[in-house]
Design a protein around this ligand. Structure first.
Ligand SMILES: Nc1ncnc2c1ncn2[C@@H]1O[C@H](COP(=O)(O)OP(=O)(O)OP(=O)(O)O)[C@@H](O)[C@H]1O
Ligand code: SF4
Ligand SMILES: [Mg+2]
Length: 366
């Protein structure tokens, strides 16, 4: 029997309205993804491709005013399904001039209230998050132990402070804090960046969430600490088995930890499937963007063939002026005469090329 999805995202669109450009920035533009119980879904892509906005849209943490946020975000736990994305339509009005949108007026407060009501009991409890820069996310005036214990009291059935402190100690041990007993009584300022990230992971796991969203959990840490955090996440995956969305621009991190992978570009998913197919340079066919992405990072293949990694030429797509056709058109080296017109004029669908493996490219779909 197929394992049921915990998270189902369908046709998610998050557009910000730029007053200066009088146009929409299409940060997320029709994304559909699924995360099954126990699975880690990795999301990779260059900076600005829409990875974080996708995650923030799922958990209702878009802080600016999105002009548009539509689609379906279904979250299913123990047979109960929550719909996490309320309709924004009741809170937005558009002013048009000559058929062009010139102003988006939004009742942001009303919409936020609705989102917060929907997220109550979900965010922080059923869905936990880890972000880049853990030091900023921790309260500098409260000890590490008290912060984890507070999260236990807030997000689990435990109501007794002593029990919560014991549970906090347990989680600090699980994330392999050095001297967890000592760290318990220390403040974030006394800890290194790596130890702060371990504390954040302890806090995120202490609610025993059904879904963990980790957005660039290793970015900003120095490289030896990065690999230790990756090792820890790998061990926790095996020990705790929490369903995870892992966002990173570091392909090696995603390849190591993910079961399936979505590669984003210009707000859309260009390739989506099992990690060992999508991120293996030897598994064909490959989307031209993914091929270029894999070429841009040092790999065993580069060492074996004596080649140097090659950066992807050209600029990352500006989604204000997204092209009519394929979003990777300006940077693609695989366009053939037979498909050039289609590539330029028609955006390919994300189509299944084999069971569970999807691609958005005219080379590989009919
Ligand atoms: N609040 C906002 N207002 C306007 N544009 C935004 C806002 N937040 C994000 N964007 C734009 O949306 C696009 C996607 O941003 P996002 O942060 O999701 O990228 P990312 O893939 O997470 O990149 P990175 O790897 O740098 O974290 C970018 O072009 C960004 O400038
Ligand atoms: S659709 Fe065309 S332009 Fe886009 S990635 Fe495929 S070959 Fe390149
Ligand atoms: Mg990001």
């Amino acid at each position: 029997m197929a394992v049921e999805p915990v998270l189902t995202i369908e046709d998610l669109r998050t557009y910000f309205y730029s007053r200066s450009k009088r146009a929409f920035i299409r940060s997320v533009d029709g994304v559909g993804l699924q995360v099954r119980r126990g699975e880690t879904l990795g999301i990779v892509g260059e900076s600005g491709s829409g990875k974080s906005v996708t995650a923030l849209s799922v958990i209702g943490l878009i802080d600016a005013e999105p002009g548009v946020i539509t689609g379906r975000v279904g979250f299913r736990v123990n047979g109960t399904e929550w719909s996490l994305l309320p309709s924004i339509g009741d809170h937005v009005s558009l002013a048009e001039e000559d058929g062009r949108i010139v102003e988006v007026v939004k009742d942001n407060r009303g919409w936020r209230r609705k989102v917060d009501r929907l997220m109550h009991g979900v965010r922080g409890r059923e869905i936990s998050m880890i972000f880049q820069n853990p030091r900023v996310s921790l309260n500098p005036f409260v000890t590490i132990g008290s912060q984890v214990a507070e999260s236990v009291l807030l997000n689990t059935g435990i109501r007794n402070r002593r029990e919560a402190a014991e549970k906090a100690r347990y989680w600090l041990e699980q994330v392999r804090m050095d001297s967890p007993g000592l760290r318990f009584a220390q403040y974030p300022g006394d800890l290194s960046g790596g130890m702060c990230q371990r504390a954040m992971i302890a806090m995120a796991l202490s609610s025993e969430p059904s879904l963990l969203i980790a957005d660039e959990p290793t970015t900003g840490l120095d490289s030896t600490i990065q690999s230790k955090i990756v090792e820890l996440l790998d061990d926790l995956k095996k020990a705790v088995g929490v369903t995870t969305v892992l966002i990173s621009h570091d392909i090696n991190v995603v390849a190591r930890l993910s079961d399936s992978v979505a590669v984003m570009y210009g707000g859309t998913v260009l390739e989506y499937g099992p990690a060992d197919r999508v991120l293996s340079p030897d598994f064909l066919p490959k989307h031209p963007y993914v091929e270029a992405l894999l070429e841009s990072i040092p790999s065993e293949r580069h060492i074996k063939d004596g080649l140097l990694p090659r950066a992807i030429e050209g600029e990352v797509l500006d989604t204000v002026n997204a092209p009519r056709g394929c979003r990777f058109f300006d940077r693609c080296h695989r366009i053939t005469n037979g498909i050039e017109e289609k590539c330029r004029d028609l955006e390919p669908d994300l189509a299944e090329i084999s069971a569970g493996h999807q691609m958005r490219c005219w080379l590989h779909i009919g």
